[in-house]
Ligand binder design. Structure first.
Ligand code: ATP
Length: 467
């Protein structure tokens, strides 16, 4: 084994260890559960527990703030998951939203043909008829593979009482189309002029052939997408702008810069609607993988909807001439980002508190950005005897911050429970507090302790938490 591959394997093994630890932490502490677990689970669907829903909401809040609240020319939308079926004809999804699928004739395992090629170090831009020439076999059992066939990723269902062809309808595989079909409505209602953007967060559904890696690839997931409508000449400038802007968003939320990178798609890799695409990738424990895509979609979508709906979707330029706006899209996954924030924040340290019972233990700290942390403040009475007074402090801080109250167990253990879920501030109410009206506030990262007057606690925390 070469030195290089030994190192790569070591990295992978360490990475897989991290994924296992993360899956276990997520279940144990109530971030993420396997869906339908008591019925044996359902593949590639996950439920967010009490802490997970807070974290995911905070991720969405941070995106909405950066993309809508703080931008002059971006407004929001929340469109339906079910839409007119013709939309998917116009968008090209009915014909083109497919993955190349092969089955193993022996063990029946199913693969994405492009993934098999990638695993062999071959470019995924093959022609199906070339596939056999590469002599590829099943990765599991070495068995012979079937021919490649296209598999449409859209989930189909029926609308209304009759289950016939005419009532077929699809669960949206992306949120973007809801934006395009509302383009005129939004522009008119909010008196926008080009350039402007429409942002949306919502569920999307894809019948992925090979889901996996926990919440990285699911069949039901959430997207946060923004379509930015521009003049065709401004394409290059805005494409570059949105790459930097979106990369900066992750950095601003504390993601390790060394783990983030751009990857440009080569022409053969581009989706059917795309003129150019750049992925923002993160060094996940299993591999460098896409977090978000920035796409130059040209006028593909609006021109198709104009054609299929018969509605004029052009806008007037300053010269009075009409044109179809071009689109730069930023398309990220809420679940993928949430998983990435968790992995990036995961830190192990030797026990820090120094109390007897925790000797030689490894402590986990989730160093989540304070804006993302599910619980901002924990109020911990030093003794059960202080329960009544400490609860009053809890009632005070919970008005402005998502807070927890914990009275059970040794104080060191209670601190560790909060570190493990990323709580940035622990407020301890002790016997002196009764006399001096002050509490001790401990910072998760610096371990610094401040003595703060209860009367000033809300302002102190507001300033510290930046929320
Ligand atoms: P991939 O190559 O990983 O399948 P994609 O190129 O199909 O992704 P897009 O269609 O560009 O992805 O979707 C935009 C974003 O939506 C992705 O960057 C990802 O964050 C998220 N996303 C897409 N598919 C899934 C999925 N099955 N599960 C979770 N998130 C997803």
């Amino acid at each position: 084994m070469s030195k290089k591959s030994a190192t790569a394997e070591g990295h992978l093994a360490a990475g897989q260890g991290l994924m296992e630890k993360m899956v276990s932490l997520c279940k144990r502490r109530g971030f993420i559960f396997q869906s339908s677990e008591i019925y044996g689970g359902i593949n590639s669907i996950y439920d967010y527990g009490p802490l997970g829903v807070e974290l995911k909401n905070n991720v969405k809040k941070a995106w909405w703030q950066a993309m809508v609240q703080l931008k002059d020319n971006i407004i929001g939308l929340d469109s339906g998951i079910l839409m007119h079926p013709k939309i998917w004809e116009a968008s090209g999804h009915l014909a083109g939203f497919t993955d190349p699928l092969v089955d193993c004739k022996q063990c029946k395992k199913r693969f994405r043909a492009d993934h098999l090629l990638k695993a062999k170090g071959l470019k995924p831009d093959f022609r199906p008829q070339d596939f056999k020439q590469h002599g590829l076999k099943c990765l599991e059992c070495g068995g012979e593979l079937t021919d490649v066939r296209d598999f449409n990723l859209m989930f189909k269902t029926f609308m209304g009482a009759v289950e016939d062809r005419a009532s077929e309808i699809y669960l949206r595989p992306e949120t973007a189309q809801g934006i395009y079909v509302n383009f005129n409505n939004v522009m008119t209602a909010s008196r926008q002029r080009i350039p402007f953007g429409i942002a949306q967060i919502g569920k999307a559904f894809r019948n992925e052939i090979t889901p996996g890696n926990f919440t990285f690839r699911m069949r039901e997931f959430e997207q946060m997408e923004m379509q930015f409508f521009i003049e065709p000449e401004a394409e290059k400038q805005w494409f570059e702008f949105w790459q930097q802007e979106r990369y900066g968003w992750y950095l601003n939320l504390g993601v390790n810069k060394n783990k983030l990178k751009f990857r440009e798609h080569d022409k053969k890799e581009l989706a059917h609607y795309c003129r150019a695409a750049v992925d923002i990738e993160y060094d996940f424990p299993f591999a460098d993988r896409e977090l978000e895509g920035v796409h130059n979609r040209g006028d593909f979508d609006l021109s198709r909807h104009q054609e299929y709906s018969g509605h004029d979707l052009q806008v007037a330029a300053e010269s009075g001439q009409k044109f179809l706006p071009h689109v730069i899209e930023t398309s990220g996954g809420v679940d993928r980002a949430t998983l990435m924030f968790l992995l990036d924040a995961y830190t192990e340290v030797e026990t820090r508190s120094g109390d007897e019972e925790s000797k030689h233990e490894t402590e986990v700290i989730l160093k989540l950005d304070k804006r993302l942390a599910p619980i901002k403040v924990a109020v911990l009475p030093l003794s059960k005897k202080l329960d009544k007074e400490a609860r009053e402090v809890f009632d005070l801080v919970r008005q402005s911050h998502m807070s927890q109250y914990d009275v059970a167990g040794a104080i060191g253990r209670r601190y560790r429970r909060q570190d493990e879920i990323g709580t940035p501030y622990c407020v301890t109410y002790d016997f002196d507090s009764v006399e001096d009206g002050k509490v001790t506030v401990r910072d998760r990262d610096s371990m610094k302790q401040d003595r703060v007057a209860i009367a000033e606690l809300k302002d102190y925390l507001r300033e510290k938490c930046n929320v």
